[in-house]
Each structure stands twice: as structure tokens, then as C-alpha cells.
Ligand binder design. Structure first.
Ligand code: ATP
Ligand code: MG
Length: 178
């Protein structure tokens, strides 16, 4: 942490409503304003040019976003070995950051979905959480967060879907969803 050694918390953004990834990005934006260093590792997301990836380049080196999945559909409970390998690689990278390059905030975007789809064993995520340096803030996003992860968290927010234009057939919009 910058000037004051604050204790880092574990935050989870889960649920079926919109706003989990954008909440984490909002947090990152605020922290960068204080000169804090933030890394977002994106599980199950490919390198396509989202607004956050392009914007992060403008905030480098304080903000780094690293998509570590690949484009395409992943079938729940029947994961392709390639997707599993990529998720494990992303988890190893998170571990490396925790042990060798401690930063202020580490965001593991969609990691809850990776666990729920069977790409990562929940035990591996719990082990990673145990490695968190005291001063680092750790944020885990994605639907279907495992109860054991919620148990470890200091803050859990469930985004609840009450209404979403997706149900009316409105597709992903540039600058809003991607
Ligand atoms: P945001 O990234 O806008 O904060 P989120 O992180 O809460 O949203 P996720 O559950 O991670 O949302 O969904 C990721 C993306 O999956 C959405 O931005 C959208 O592109 C797509 N998606 C989610 N639900 C639907 C749906 N019902 N129909 C179509 N696409 C969907
Ligand atoms: Mg998301």
C-alpha cells in the first residue's frame, strides 16, 4: 500500500445481475488515482479488444489487465483440457504475483465461473487465497461463487438481476458490456 499500510481485504462480487466486472474495474480506477498498482487477471476471457483493455493501456503501468482465456464457448462440467490448462496457468500467474510481485489490488475476474464450470478445483483457489499478503486487496468476481470462497471473504456483494435488456434481445453493446 502507498502511504498507509492498510489491511487488505477479500472481496467477492457474484450473482446473476449486471455489474460484477464493472464494479471491480471501478475499484481499480479509484485505486489508480491514489497511485496504487492494480492487476486484473481475466479467466475465460480471450484477447479481444474490450474497452477496459484499451483504457488500461492508458493507465499503465499502474493498471494492467491480462486476459488469460480464449475466445469461444465453454461447456459447463465438460471443460476442454485447453481451457482447463489456461485457467491453471492464470492461477499460477496470480500466485506468482502474490509471492514475487506484491501489488496493491489483485482482481481475479470470472474466477468463480472458472471454478463452477470445473476448470479449476476450488481447493486451488482457497490455497491461493491463503497466500494473500496482508496488505494486498484481493477481488474475486463471477457468478456461482463457491460457498467456501464466500466463507473466506470479508465482503460479499450479490448482484441480483431484477431486469436486464438481454431478456428483450438487446445484444452486448460497445462501451457498455464490452
Ligand atoms: P459487466 O461486465 O457488465 O459488469 P458482469 O460482470 O456482471 O457484467 P457477467 O455475468 O460476467 O456480467 O457476464 C459477462 C458477459 O456475458 C456480459 O457482459 C454479457 O456480455 C454476457 N452475458 C451475460 N448474461 C447474458 C445473457 N443473459 N444473454 C446474453 N449475454 C449475456
Ligand atoms: Mg463479469
Amino acid at each position: 500500500m502507498a502511504e498507509d499500510q492498510q489491511k487488505g481485504m477479500i472481496q467477492v462480487y457474484t450473482g446473476d445481475g449486471k455489474g460484477k466486472t464493472t464494479a471491480a474495474l471501478g475499484l481499480a480506477f479509484r485505486a489508480v488515482g491514489h497511485g496504487h498498482k492494480v492487476v486484473m487477471i481475466q479467466f475465460m476471457k480471450g484477447p479481444e479488444q474490450t474497452g477496459e483493455l484499451v483504457a488500461a493501456e492508458k493507465l499503465a503501468p499502474l493498471l494492467m489487465i491480462k486476459p488469460m482465456g480464449r475466445s469461444g464457448f465453454i461447456e459447463k462440467d465438460r471443460p476442454d483440457p485447453e481451457d482447463r490448462a489456461l485457467a491453471l496457468k492464470a492461477l499460477d500467474y496470480a500466485k506468482e504475483i502474490m509471492l514475487d510481485h506484491p501489488i496493491d489490488i489483485l482482481i481475479l475476474d470470472e474466477i468463480n465461473v472458472a471454478v463452477s464450470f470445473g476448470l479449476l478445483p476450488v481447493e486451488a483457489v482457497l490455497e491461493l487465497i491463503n497466500l494473500k499478503p496482508d496488505s494486498m486487496e484481493l477481488v474475486l468476481t463471477g457468478r456461482y461463487a463457491d460457498p467456501m470462497v464466500l466463507e473466506k471473504a470479508d465482503l460479499v456483494t450479490e448482484m441480483k438481476n431484477q431486469k436486464h435488456y438481454f431478456a428483450q434481445g438487446v445484444p452486448d453493446r460497445v462501451g457498455i458490456e464490452r
